[in-house]
Design a protein around this ligand. Structure first.
Ligand SMILES: NC(=O)c1ccc[n+]([C@@H]2O[C@H](COP(=O)([O-])OP(=O)(O)OC[C@H]3O[C@@H](n4cnc5c(N)ncnc54)[C@H](O)[C@@H]3O)[C@@H](O)[C@H]2O)c1
Length: 257
């Protein structure tokens, strides 16, 4: 039995959705003590039910990662309940709104940056001090393949996800010597509710079909495949991996054809 996360207290944001939910199932099966965090209560309930059906347990907390008070509360509640924090999968985000750059309003830009980039900053800001109190920890931030190669009509999302890569490196440089490892995962296209919403949009459906062909493995990814990579990064098995951006993308990032 995989016990690579045994007794590690781990916060997962975006736990109520695709990659977050399936990753939580992977982490729970590896022995993690999970705090499932999301802005959506229904999604959290469904994830908890899935974990219980698998024979494991977890706690839930609602959070808006774009709100400093809410993120501080998430970390404080976790430490109050479990006495410490060992890991975090900062995975919550909103998707691209689908406009060419000059049509994006300032309000739309600011909303995406607030959730997808500032949200990760706030999580790091409160998780790192909590981890330092017990000697260190491992943090995994979800970026995206679009941080390496942009796709059309995604300027605000590409910018936020590129920022997550930079933020990951900056945090790694600042805190690596203190026992905190920080890495990013760059997924290719993963079959989740977020992607389904984009596939339902004719503008994105055509583009996503073209992108499917560029995944060398010949298909979109599954959320659990991202979860397996995140599990390894959260575990001590990846102890010398630090400040890295790991693609989990079926080879699309390597495909120059
Ligand atoms: N699915 C893909 O193909 C893909 C590709 C690259 C990167 N990603 C990234 O992977 C992560 C997960 O995406 P997904 O496809 O599972 O999306 P999803 O929409 O299925 O799940 C995202 C979750 O984040 C939550 N969320 C949104 N705003 C929040 C907020 N302010 N505070 C807390 N929670 C909030 C949502 O409620 C949802 O449960 C995201 O960071 C996304 O950008 C996804």
């Amino acid at each position: 039995m995989d016990k690579s996360l045994a007794d590690k207290v781990i916060i997962v944001t975006g736990a109520g959705g695709g990659i977050g939910r399936e990753s939580c199932r992977v982490f729970a099966a590896a022995g993690a003590r999970l705090v499932l965090a999301d802005i959506g209560e229904q999604g959290l309930r469904e994830t908890l039910e899935a974990i219980k059906n698998d024979g494991f347990d977890a706690e839930t907390i609602t959070v808006d990662v774009g709100s400093e008070d809410s993120v501080r509360n998430m970390v404080e509640q976790t430490v109050a309940r479990h006495g410490r924090l060992d890991g975090a999968f900062n995975n919550a985000a909103v998707e691209q709104i689908g406009k060419i750059l000059t049509d994006i309003t300032l309000a739309e830009w600011e909303r995406t940056i607030k959730v997808d980039l500032t949200g990760v900053f706030l999580c790091l800001k409160y998780q790192i001090p909590a981890m330092l109190k017990n000697g260190g920890g491992s943090i995994v931030n979800t970026s995206s393949g679009v941080a390496s190669a942009a796709i059309p009509y995604c300027a605000e999302y590409v910018s936020a996800k590129s920022g997550v890569v930079g933020l990951t490196r900056a945090a790694a440089v600042d805190y690596g010597s203190m026992g905190i490892r920080v890495n990013a995962i760059l997924p290719g296209i993963i079959r989740t509710p977020m992607v389904q919403r984009l596939l339902d949009d004719p503008q994105f459906a055509v583009m996503f079909e073209r992108l499917r062909e560029r995944h060398v493995i010949g298909r979109f990814g599954e959320s659990s495949e991202v979860g397996e990579a995140a599990k390894w990064l959260l575990s001590d098995a990846s102890s010398f991996v630090h400040g890295a951006s790991i693609t989990v993308d079926g080879g699309i990032g390597a495909n120059g054809a």
